[in-house]
Design a protein around this ligand. Structure first.
Ligand SMILES: NC(=O)C1=CN([C@@H]2O[C@H](COP(=O)(O)OP(=O)(O)OC[C@H]3O[C@@H](n4cnc5c(N)ncnc54)[C@H](O)[C@@H]3O)[C@@H](O)[C@H]2O)C=CC1
Ligand SMILES: O=C([O-])CC(=O)C(=O)O
Length: 336
């Protein structure tokens, strides 16, 4: 039986993350070895040649699952019939740019893209925003797509989640695959809260394991506050310093993890994704904030009923306050 190809639109496809994403998607790493794909690459006119070059290389890679590649510079055509939209292209902050300028420039991108998704995307479209500021860009896109259910818009915090797994695995001498139930709360920014209070390794609570490994409960707490949390939250800056360029392959890999789990379901505990808040854990309704989430029957569900202690509550509130500020700023600019 032949399976109908899934149409995937990737914006910023001529950029660095685009280049790392396209070949893995076409190889089947995102939707599986049984699912053919059609790729729609959206760029601005200056980026079209780079996207066309990537399309030539995709042809040369001869992926059996790849049923077509089209390059566009017009969002309406690029999102026509799309089932998965990966919004990577964004306006980076440049020297002298104020926060308001950055939000306004991105509003000019994500507003029209949200409207194009509203106009032409397939029913059940899934959207993940990677381009920064990812949470608020997703909020802007969702607000321009009134006919698409809000839970179809998400932003990527899976990279932060994966970074937290990597740090814990290295510190505990554990396999990444044995770790579960880590959470990233809040914004994809330095205020995010990577939370290990419910995490386990092969069923053993991570806080206990850290205390045993690091010489006591107090030392473990110090390590979490002074080392782990800032390292995960500022890992993007560390990568830029060491590599001389921002995270690309790890970001693309996380975006693939996000979509794969959304479509196929989570199996090893929960993961993290920024989804539209329904008011859970006191996060104001409508904000696109990172939560512990499970994917069940093709939809993200916020994990309910977790105990949140005073320290966690303080950290979550700080990141959520930043998201509220960003929402106020884009509202004041008339972008939502
Ligand atoms: N959420 C996350 O975890 C992460 C987010 N990022 C963000 O991802 C974004 C992309 O990063 P890179 O690929 O390294 O940047 P890049 O600058 O290499 O590529 C961005 C591409 O987007 C294109 N573009 C700009 N405006 C566009 C529009 N309106 N429509 C279509 N394409 C457009 C540009 O022409 C460029 O080719 C950045 O905003 C970066 O900050 C990066 C790493 C992690
Ligand atoms: O700051 C950036 O552009 C890259 C980023 O989001 C990250 O590495 O987490």
């Amino acid at each position: 039986m032949s399976v109908k190809p899934v149409t995937i639109t990737i914006t910023g496809a001529g950029g660095q993350i685009g280049y790392a994403l396209l070949f893995r998607i076409a190889s089947g790493a995102m939707l599986g070895a049984e699912t053919p794909v059609r790729l729609h690459l959206l760029e601005i006119p200056q980026g079209v040649r780079a996207a066309e070059g990537a399309a030539l290389e995709l042809q040369d890679a001869a992926f059996p699952l790849l049923h077509g590649v089209e390059v566009y510079d017009d969002p309406r055509s690029a999102f026509e019939g799309t089932e998965i939209a990966m919004l990577v292209g964004a306006r980076p902050r440049t020297a002298g740019m104020e926060r308001g300028d950055l939000l306004a420039a991105n509003g000019g991108i994500f507003g029209p893209q949200g409207a194009a998704i509203n106009a032409g995307a397939a029913d059940g479209v899934r959207v993940v925003v990677v381009g920064n500021p990812a949470n608020t860009n997703a909020l802007i896109a969702a607000s321009h797509a009134p006919d698409v259910p809000a839970d179809r818009f998400t932003a990527l915090t899976r990279l932060d989640h994966n970074r937290a797994l990597g740090q814990l695995a290295a510190t505990l001498g554990a396999r990444v695959g044995s770790l579960r139930d880590v959470t990233i709360w809040g914004n994809h920014s330095a205020t995010q809260f990577p939370d290990v209070s419910h995490a386990t390794v092969d069923g053993e609570p991570v806080p206990h394991l850290l205390a045993a490994r690091l010489g006591g409960v107090d030392t473990a707490k110090e390590w979490l506050v002074d080392s782990f949390i800032p390292r995960v939250a500022k890992r993007g800056a560390e990568i830029i310093e060491v590599r001389g360029s921002s995270s690309v392959a790890s970001a693309a890999s996380a975006a693939i993890d996000h979509v794969r789990d959304w479509v196929h379901g989570t199996t090893n505990g929960w993961t993290s994704a920024a989804v539209v808040s329904d008011g859970s854990y006191g996060v104001p309704e409508g904000l696109v904030s990172s939560f512990p989430v499970e994917s069940v029957d093709g939809a993200w569900r916020i994990v309910q009923g977790l105990e949140v202690d005073a320290f966690a509550e303080h950290r979550i509130s700080a990141s959520v306050a930043e998201l509220v500020e960003e929402r106020e700023a884009v509202r004041a600019l008339g972008l939502i």
